[in-house]
Design a protein around this ligand. Structure first.
Ligand SMILES: NC(=O)c1ccc[n+]([C@@H]2O[C@H](COP(=O)([O-])OP(=O)(O)OC[C@H]3O[C@@H](n4cnc5c(N)ncnc54)[C@H](OP(=O)(O)O)[C@@H]3O)[C@@H](O)[C@H]2O)c1
Length: 254
């Protein structure tokens, strides 16, 4: 019987790469994001597996409960949860729209937490399950000019690493993928294209594959790319104030 993976934000970038990877390995999928047309196209182009499309804006407070209700109605059990949907915004905290930043917290933090909360018990019960949370290299230091985004990703990393420990006696694995700048729609949505930070973005296919392999191999945390790895190690040893200054300098447009 094929396993089922739920992927949020499957319509572009890393999410779409995860769709391809899971499909290749024969997983059935539940895909959740806002763009119905793109998701229907994805469903059509992967005829070898079953894909359930759920159109939902996960930045709305009731969205996750509605996703769970829809899956319960159809008796869909999730074996692998990929909390991928997310976005960032470049700008001074007080000059960015507050509602957009609250939506970001709702999507990047609250929806990820709530999906994990509702899907974890069955995984524990079955003694089988995997969760892949997409954080970022942003998780490792404060991020001036993207203050809320960096903070959401610090939450994702901290939350996920804590769960690994809570679940150490169970068969449920939690893996956190921390990509650095990657060529997806993220750059244009966040308005970070043209910044120093984005001058060397990685290929989405490579980043997703590293996350996928880490998930299958039960790794706790994976940072993609040599330079990104070096950056996160440096961030651990630098004073937080200096790490923040560096993050600010690379968030400026070149
Ligand atoms: N690219 C990078 O440089 C980078 C670096 C580090 C971490 N990340 C993280 O990687 C993850 C994937 O991003 P990406 O780079 O692949 O960006 P992307 O190409 O912009 O993809 C984002 C995905 O999230 C979905 N999404 C956005 N808002 C949503 C909402 N309110 N409700 C439901 N779905 C929503 C989008 O689908 P719809 O538009 O159809 O809703 C899309 O499928 C994010 O968590 C991001 O923070 C990216």
């Amino acid at each position: 019987m094929p396993k089922t993976a739920l992927i949020t934000g499957a319509t572009s970038g890393l999410g779409y790469e995860f769709v391809k990877l899971f499909a290749k390995d024969g997983y059935n999928l539940v895909i959740v994001s806002r763009n119905k047309q793109k998701m229907e196209q994805i469903k059509q182009s992967f005829q070898n597996i079953e894909i359930k499309v759920i159109v939902k804006d996960l930045s709305e407070p009731n969205a996750v409960k509605e996703v769970i209700e829809e899956m319960d109605k159809q008796e869909i059990t999730i074996d692998v949860l990929v909390n991928n949907a997310g976005f960032g915004l470049l700008g001074h905290f007080d000059q960015l729209d507050i509602q957009e930043q609250l939506n970001m917290i709702q999507l990047n933090v609250a929806a990820l937490t709530e999906l994990t909360y509702y899907l974890l018990p069955k995984m524990k019960q079955k003694k089988d399950g995997k969760i892949l949370n997409i954080a970022s290299t942003a998780a490792f230091q404060p991020g001036p000019l993207m203050a809320v985004y960096y903070a959401t990703k610090a939450y994702v990393l901290s939350f996920s690493e804590a769960l690994v420990e809570e679940l150490s006696d169970s068969k449920v694995m939690v893996t956190t993928l921390c990509p650095g700048p990657t060529k997806t729609n993220f750059g244009s949505v966040a308005n970070v294209e043209g910044t120093k930070m984005f001058s060397r973005a990685m290929n989405a296919e490579i980043v997703a594959k590293q996350g996928y392999n880490a998930l299958l191999n039960g790794k706790r945390v994976v940072v993609t790319g040599g330079l990104n790895k070096a950056g996160t190690i440096a961030a651990k040893f630098l004073p937080r104030s200096l790490a923040a200054k560096i993050a600010k300098s690379i968030a400026r447009k070149e």
